[in-house]
Design a protein around this ligand. Structure first.
Ligand code: PBG
Length: 329
């Protein structure tokens, strides 16, 4: 243990605002932010999402306008989620080359080539039952998600996104070996340069609720605890992270973010690939609601939480506050 000088007074270095900034150490930048966006195949005008104030289900045109505005404000990357015209039991809309995500990706790449397009690869926005994979009848007679049968559909979806021009695909279905299936699928179709940002560490969380309203993707029956992680489990995150790396992930993600800083920190210490953290819809909604009630200073609270996520070890932050942050930073 280091001997501390008797004269140590830590407040000496906190007295001057410039000195505080000089010594900050952790500094957020708009370059590290990723903004999520919802695009609906059938809308001709944007529709507000009540539990995600400030965000909409977009039409193709309003989505493109929004991405343009974000780019003008200094944001570099978007994460796209699609809502199809029709949902079915297999989630066929996910790999439709004429789907909303595919079309928007093409248009962004054409008119805003400076923007990095990341696409969410999952079936829950596209299945009528709302689960992230195909359903089968389990041993107890109930429905369960069929891991291995889902892999090929996720790979097909990723290839469709890559064909549309996506720079990075982000699998979020939490199927075992989805990264390997997607890497193989991409390579086989000539998309060896498309990167994978794996939602490696994704907990079953109550904080996804506003997202499910936005994507109309709440499971019709049951929940996602059979495939997303248990928040009380501190051992599995590292296994998830390391196995996704081995399967070919270029970047890893932890989700949600603010209640999982310990997990971000531990993964950061063990791996050197870029690490993203997703400050999810419910985390946004908490701050937004308190700010609207006059109970919190919104800007101060958002800067504090996002700086903490970076301090824990995240290189990239996916946040619904990206546009606000780009203006505040
Ligand atoms: C798709 C997916 C979800 C989120 C991101 N990708 C929903 C879920 O797993 O239920 C949630 C993101 C958020 O809450 O902002 N599987």
């Amino acid at each position: 243990m280091l001997e501390l000088p008797h004269s140590l007074r830590l407040r000496r270095l906190r007295r001057h605002p410039t000195l505080r900034r000089m010594l900050a150490g952790v500094r957020l930048s708009a370059d590290e932010l990723i903004a999520p966006l919802f695009v609906h195949q059938q809308l001709s005008a944007p529709r507000e999402i009540p539990s995600l104030p400030g965000h909409c289900q977009h039409s193709l045109d309003s989505a493109l306008d929004t991405v343009r505005r974000w780019a003008d404000r200094g944001l570099g990357a978007v994460l796209l989620f699609g809502i199809p015209a029709r949902k079915d039991d297999r989630g066929t809309g996910a790999w439709d080359d004429a789907g909303a995500v595919q079309k928007l990706t093409g248009r962004i790449k054409q008119s805003l080539p400076q923007v990095v397009v990341i696409t969410d690869v999952c079936l829950c926005e596209y299945t009528d039952h709302g689960h992230c994979g195909l359903l089968k009848t389990g041993r107890d007679g109930g429905a369960e998600v069929d891991n291995d049968a889902t892999l090929e559909l996720l790979a097909r979806t990723a290839v469709s996104h890559a064909r549309a021009g996506a720079d990075i695909v982000a699998p979020s279905a939490m199927m075992d070996h989805q990264v390997r299936a997607i890497r193989q699928g991409l390579d086989a179709e000539g998309f060896a340069d498309t990167a994978i940002l794996s939602y490696a560490v994704k907990y079953a969380s109550s904080f996804y609720r506003p997202f499910r309203e936005a994507a109309q993707s709440a499971p019709r029956e049951g929940d996602r605890r059979g495939y997303q992680m248990d928040y009380a489990n501190a051992r599995q995150p590292m296994l998830e992270a390391l196995s996704d790396l081995q399967e070919g992930a270029d970047m890893l993600m932890v989700k949600p973010a603010a209640a999982y800083l310990d997990v971000i920190h531990r993964i950061r210490q063990r791996v050197d690939v870029p690490l993203a953290a997703y400050h999810v819809s419910g985390e946004y909604a908490c701050i937004k609601a308190a700010a609207r009630a006059g109970w919190l200073d919104e800007k101060a609270a958002v800067l504090e939480v996002t700086t903490a996520i970076k301090r824990a070890g995240a290189d990239l932050i996916i946040t619904y506050y990206a546009e606000d942050l780009a203006q505040w930073l």
